[in-house]
Design a protein around this ligand. Structure first.
Ligand code: MCA
Ligand code: AMP
Length: 507
């Protein structure tokens, strides 16, 4: 029997450090006890009726048990579906229904509110708190730690990760065993991870970055992780001397640079700092190098493809670029209209092909056909160029997308929400540069004739319905939206007009 991902990531093998997770309270969790816990959880999921190919939707805080739940799903051939902890019940309703999840695991504190959502979707509700309490672990305590791994092939689904879309409707990216394993293998080589590494892990584990890039790489390398509940500059400063590597979104690095105690001495033990999920400003790269002597290694990926390109470990890490395609991954820059390949230096849309590219969007064959071509190339929607030295530069986005602190926000979803609010005739949402989050959300509203928009009321409803990171941080009321002759809203004009919305002017 084979289960490639389980065999490579979880099955005990030589070289695995005794310690897998180091927690901020000083406790540690060994690989062996982590896997026993995962085995108990796998038995529990099966006894609750989940089988190979079924989805388990997970909306819980980051914890060792939450990670064991991921391992349990892989062992049992169950499709792991992690959900951003910031999602509101209104948002969760869609994911649980659309995925037809068999089990929905949430925090005990939200069980009462989410129970009707689980029931309507036909999913069983189990709970798991960050301190390890909840019905999932209660039931797991009565289960054996031994679990007979389930047979899986390369093309079987391992995870379903939702990414929002330009239409405002989220799409479930189907990731196979091969997708995840091939990427972990490519990254471990590219970044030289070994069982001696200790990764400072402060990312959330409901996205590709914290779950697959960081965790799968460490599982494969057999190293250990300083597993922090979230990014908190104080804790990170205290833990950096114990780590050999850190992965983060650019906000992590700008926040560290804001700390006067963040110094060369503090990171003397670190081998590599890696950044991704959003553009790292060349200025941040340079300031970081000056302060610490480390050139941040920037890489580029997407939920649908995991990682595509990376700056070299040895060699020139060039600020403002995302480096070269990973081994086994092909990239090309194509004309957005004709799809023909462009010459080096020309700007077009980046296409990607390789074992990392997902299987398609869950129950969306048409959307899949639009973006994933028959020849295997995935159309990323990112505007890019390849320079004369072969480095890929992401120069913009062909898709209407805002990235705030590493989280993606599709304006259409926020516009649909705003257009439903009383007194709003229409709206346009754009991103503006933000000193902490890189970009943040500006909502431009046009009132109905003779009406006044109640912004406080809109903020109240937004708090209830939208995840916090998606909420507009600035509202602007205008008489009309700028449009071109075809009647299309000119977002570039709005972006320019509100570019200074979050920037403090120096006097
Ligand atoms: C939290 N808030 C945010 C964000 N995060 N607002 C805008 N953008 C954000 N990213 C808001 C909350 O709603 C709340 O608002 C207030 O900030 C404080 O919340 P808190 O949770 O304390 O915030 P924080 O701890 O300061 O979080 C900021 C963060 C976090 C550390 C940058 O967002 C983070 O860990 N981001 C990483 C995202 C990530 O892993 N992305 C990978 C995607 P209020 O006070 O109004 O309620 S995977 C991907 O993109 C691909 C595959 C790739 O290439 O990696
Ligand atoms: P997600 O949908 O959350 O997987 O986000 C993927 C998107 O994040 C990509 O399509 C890019 O637009 C962006 N992204 C990821 N890494 C980088 C990077 N290093 N530089 C610029 N954009 C990036």
């Amino acid at each position: 029997m084979t289960n490639p991902l389980y065999d490579r990531l979880f099955a005990p093998h030589e070289g695995k450090e005794a310690v897998f997770l180091r927690l901020s309270d000083g406790n540690t969790i060994s690989y062996a006890s982590f896997l026993e816990n995962a085995g108990r959880i796998a038995n529990t999921l099966v006894s609750e009726g989940a089988g190979p190919g079924d989805r388990v939707a997970v909306h819980v805080n980051k914890s060792p048990d939450a990670l064991a739940l991921y391992a349990a799903c892989i062992m049992a051939g169950i499709v792991f579906l992690p959900l951003n902890t910031a999602y509101t019940p209104a948002e969760l309703d869609y994911f649980v229904k659309d995925s037809q999840a068999a089990i929905f695991v949430c925090d005990p504190g939200e069980a009462e509110e989410l129970e009707p959502i689980a029931r309507a979707a036909g999913a069983r509700l189990l709970t798991l708190a960050s301190d390890g309490s909840g019905t999932l672990t209660e039931r797991a305590a009565g289960q054996p730690a031994e679990f007979q791994k389930v047979d899986r092939g390369d093309d079987d689904l391992a995870a379903l990760l939702y990414t929002s879309g330009t239409t405002g409707r989220s799409k479930g990216a189907m990731l196979t065993q091969r997708n995840l394993l091939s990427n972990a293998e490519a990254l471990i080589d590219a970044w030289r991870f070994t069982s001696d590494d200790v990764l400072l892990h402060a990312l959330p584990i409901f996205h590709s970055h914290g779950l697959f890039v960081a965790t799968n790489v460490m599982l494969l390398a057999g190293g250990s992780m300083i597993f922090l509940p979230k990014f908190d500059a104080e804790t990170v400063l205290a833990q950096l001397p114990n780590a050999t590597a850190m992965m983060g979104v650019p906000t992590f690095y700008t926040r560290l640079l804001d700390e006067p105690r963040f110094s060369r001495d503090l990171v003397a033990h670190i081998r590599v700092f890696i950044s991704g999920s959003a553009p790292l400003l060349a200025e941040t790269h340079d300031r970081f190098a000056e302060r610490t002597g480390h050139r941040i290694l920037e890489r580029y990926g997407m939920t649908e493809t995991s990682m595509n390109t990376s700056n070299p470990y040895d060699g020139d890490r060039r600020a403002g670029t995302v480096g070269f395609p990973l081994p086994g991954v092909e990239v090309k820059v194509c004309d957005p209209e004709t799809g023909s390949e462009l010459a080096p230096g020309e700007i077009g849309v980046l296409w990607v092909r390789g074992p990392n590219v997902f299987k398609g969007y869950w129950r969306m064959p048409e959307k899949t056909r639009e973006e994933l071509r028959e020849d295997g190339f995935f159309i990323t929607g990112d505007l890019s160029l390849i320079d004369d030295r072969g480095y890929v530069h992401i120069v913009g986005r062909g898709k209407d997308l805002i990235i705030s602190g590493g989280y993606n926000i599709y304006p259409k979803e926020i516009e649909l929400f705003l257009d439903r609010q009383p007194g709003v005739k229409e709206s346009a949402v754009v991103g503006a540069p933000h000193p902490d989050f890189g970009e943040s959300v500006v909502a431009v509203l046009v009132p109905e004739a003779g009406e006044t928009i109640d912004l406080d009321a809109i903020e109240t409803v937004a708090r209830r319905e939208l995840a916090g990171f998606k909420r507009p941080r600035r509202f602007e009321i205008v008489a009309e939206l700028p449009r071109n002759t075809m009647g299309k809203v000119q977002k570039n004009t709005l972006r320019e007009r509100f570019a200074g919305a979050f920037l403090v002017t120096q006097s």
